[in-house]
Design a protein around this ligand. Structure first.
Ligand code: CIZ
Ligand code: SF4
Length: 302
């Protein structure tokens, strides 16, 4: 392990690279990174970094967002098969057809989507700002929310605002079951229940707090509670324990383990910097249009 970390450090200096890791990455990948965070935080870090190369340890759409925000940098991903099934649940063709059926609708696109789909959308959102993004759209305007029907439903119910939802979902978060919360809550009655809005409605309804990965980390760090029942991808446990030592975390299920996130390993990080591949690039015309939707999101007050 030490040998591989030394190799990584040497290659990082040689390539003038910055290593970014998503909150759901393997513990050792997170520990080897310069920054750990959610996809948008990481893309912003990438844009600010004075590096020539970004090694993005996450899934493909996240690396694409980094490439869109840093067109002058080389973006590498340790394993090019690290895709996101939810992002693959909407295609440009299907979206264009839906837009034709609702020509006046505003398309709000969760960042868990391809650059090409973002380019067909009006405004992006993350799980952290989805409620504010939708709130910023004038009442009366029809909204098509893609691709996550669970996040869409959470926003719609929070704001009491009907939206046209897309039938996409996160297979990992949908493994988290309401009955599991009830069982853990009975065993740990003092624990606070914190879940990600990619979970199903019945899970969200049982939570004390619904938040993005960064929101979950902040909530658990700042709360007076000592014990938490957490409903999200299990990779977050590493940062939760690191940032809130002494507190107890019950992850809702070990089955909420995203196989795509876990494809990135220390070995593949070394190979990527050695080979300068696999590279993630976005067609400039698509990147320019996708950037408009991302910038519109960034302009929404938090
Ligand atoms: O945008 C991200 O990083 C994802 C997928 C989740 C989150 O809540 O941070
Ligand atoms: Fe996609 Fe879900 Fe995996 Fe995130 S956890 S990359 S949304 S499948």
């Amino acid at each position: 392990m030490q040998e591989i970390l030394d190799q990584l450090r040497r290659l990082k200096a040689q390539r003038n690279a910055v290593i970014l890791a998503h909150n759901y990455q393997r513990a050792e990948v997170q520990d080897a990174a310069d920054f750990v965070g959610d996809s948008l935080e990481l893309s912003r870090k990438a844009a600010q970094a004075k590096a020539d190369v970004i090694l993005f340890c996450g899934v493909h759409f996240m690396a694409e967002t980094a490439a869109i925000l840093s067109p002058e940098k080389i973006v590498l991903i340790p394993d090019e098969n690290a895709g996101c099934p939810m992002a693959n649940m909407v295609t440009v063709r299907e979206l264009r057809r839906r837009k034709q059926e609702h020509p006046d609708a505003v398309v709000v696109c969760y960042v868990n989507s391809s650059a090409a789909v973002k380019a067909e959308s009006d405004v992006c959102c993350t799980s952290a700002n989805a409620v504010n993004v939708v709130r910023s759209i004038p009442a009366g305007r029809e909204i098509i929310f893609i691709p996550d029907c669970s996040l869409g439903s959470y926003v719609s119910r929070t704001l009491d605002r009907p939206m046209i939802l897309w039938p996409g979902f996160c297979p990992t978060h949908h493994r988290i079951l309401a009955e599991e919360i009830k069982r853990l809550k009975a065993a740990h009655p003092a624990a606070l229940v914190v879940v990600h809005p990619e979970c199903t409605d019945d899970v969200v309804d049982l939570a004390d707090h619904v938040a993005s990965t960064t929101g979950i980390l902040n909530c658990c760090r700042e709360s007076d509670a000592r014990e938490f029942i957490v409903g999200t991808e299990i990779g977050l446990l590493h940062r939760l324990q690191k940032e809130s030592p002494g507190k107890t975390f019950h992850m809702l299920t070990a089955l909420a383990d995203c196989p795509n996130m876990k494809l990135n390993t220390l070995e593949k990080m070394v190979w990527a910097l050695e080979d300068m591949a696999p590279r993630v690039t976005v067609d400039p015309a698509i990147a320019a249009k996708a950037r408009l939707a991302i910038d519109k999101m960034l302009a929404v007050p938090r």
